[in-house]
Write a protein that binds this ligand. Structure first.
Ligand code: KG4
Ligand code: ZN
Length: 348
């Protein structure tokens, strides 16, 4: 059987992504980012992001077709992020995808952004093991998922009860005077810092917290602890060692995420862990995950850094898996759902 040719569109935040895959082979992954337009506000401005998606959509689509060497009418299906994400931003992608589906007479799949972050690993490391545990860490989400079937059965085990992991990176970067988005800058600064310099708190890891929040995470206490520590040092007239603070903060985030992810694998007797989302681009998270998985005989799958941050290829990857498994398309009435539940990998 010829593998399906699928176009994927991603507009949930500040990246306009268009990906094209055949089966699990990546043919094009084009991105236009509006991140520089948000930098001076220290966070993504929804209206600015929506406008940027509108302007970037057609040129990005054209670039993707040209890179893949295909015409739009050759695709077998169209996939688009239906949620979760910024409502106005999602709407641009969903409207574009629906217009293409109608004009070209092709089936459309409205897919879940988080499920797409998990599925993208198939483009590099072959079919996902079933079940897998997925640790999804991005600017908007931190989730631990049990994934028996990425196209129709995803079970949330835990999530953040306050800030997402990426949000914590971005906020701590801000107090350290690093640019937005802060994750990559903290990663870089931490490389020449001492991760043991400051013993920052590990949220929701005490026996009492574990009873109620075994697989949940919390980063707001850590964020506050970093800010207070910097204030105290400054008040005492000491110069703040940015690299040590970055490394110690990063160590606390990585430690908590991995303790919970490994516990999820062991307690569910699952021996594959998949990482996904922007924070999975973090070099310390990647190396420490490998070490702890090796210690426990768990297979680790991590997409390359470029496929961890938001992109269209991940949406195409999940679309392709839906087509391969003969799952029914979404129909034309599904909404852009800013709060779409991960229990719905694809909109009905
Ligand atoms: O998945 P993503 O591109 O967008 C969302 O769906 O949110 O994730 C963006 C987040 C930002 O918070 C960014 O600071 C973080 O991922 N990030 C990183 C790194 N690269 C991106 N965090 C830590 N280390 C990195 N190397
Ligand atoms: Zn994302």
């Amino acid at each position: 059987m010829v593998e399906p040719l699928v176009l994927g569109i991603e507009t949930s935040c500040d990246e306009t992504g268009v990906g094209i895959v055949r089966g699990t082979t990546l043919l094009a992954d084009e991105i236009a980012s509006s991140v520089s337009e948000h930098a001076r506000f220290g966070g993504v401005v929804p209206e600015v992001a929506s406008r940027a998606h509108l302007e970037a959509m057609v040129p990005t689509l054209e670039r993707a077709c040209s890179t893949a060497g295909i015409r739009l009418d050759e695709v077998d299906a169209i996939a688009v992020t239906a949620g979760p994400g910024l409502a106005g931003a999602l709407l641009v992608g969903v409207a574009a995808a629906k217009s293409l589906a109608v004009a070209l007479g092709k089936p459309i799949y409205g897919v879940n952004h988080l499920a797409a972050h998990v599925c993208v690993d198939q483009l590099e490391h072959g079919k996902l093991d079933e079940p897998s545990i997925a640790l999804l860490v991005s600017g908007g989400h931190s989730s631990l998922l049990l994934v028996p079937d990425i196209t129709q059965d995803v079970i949330p085990l835990g999530q953040t009860i306050d800030d997402a992991a990426g949000e914590a990176f971005d906020k701590v970067a801000r107090v350290l005077g690093l640019p937005f988005p802060g994750g990559p800058y903290i990663d870089q600064a931490a490389m020449s810092g001492n991760p043991k310099a400051i013993d920052f708190p590990r949220g929701l890891t005490s026996a009492r917290d574990l009873a109620k929040h075994r697989f949940d995470v919390s980063f707001s206490g850590l964020k506050t602890a970093v800010a207070r520590w910097i204030e105290r040092e400054q008040a005492a007239g000491n110069s703040v060692q940015v690299n040590d603070v970055a490394a110690s903060f990063q160590e606390a985030v990585v430690d908590v995420l991995l303790r919970k992810a490994i516990d999820a694998c062991l307690s569910n007797s699952v021996n594959t862990l998949v990482l996904g989302g922007g924070v999975a681009a973090n070099s310390r998270l990647r190396s420490e995950a490998q070490q702890r998985c090796d210690e426990h005989g768990i297979k680790l799958r991590v997409p390359s850094a470029k496929l961890c941050t938001d992109n269209g290829a991940m949406v195409a990857a999940l679309g392709s898996e839906l087509v391969s498994r003969s799952r029914p398309p979404s129909g034309l009435t599904f909404p852009a759902d800013s709060a779409m539940s991960i229990k719905l990998p694809v909109a009905p």
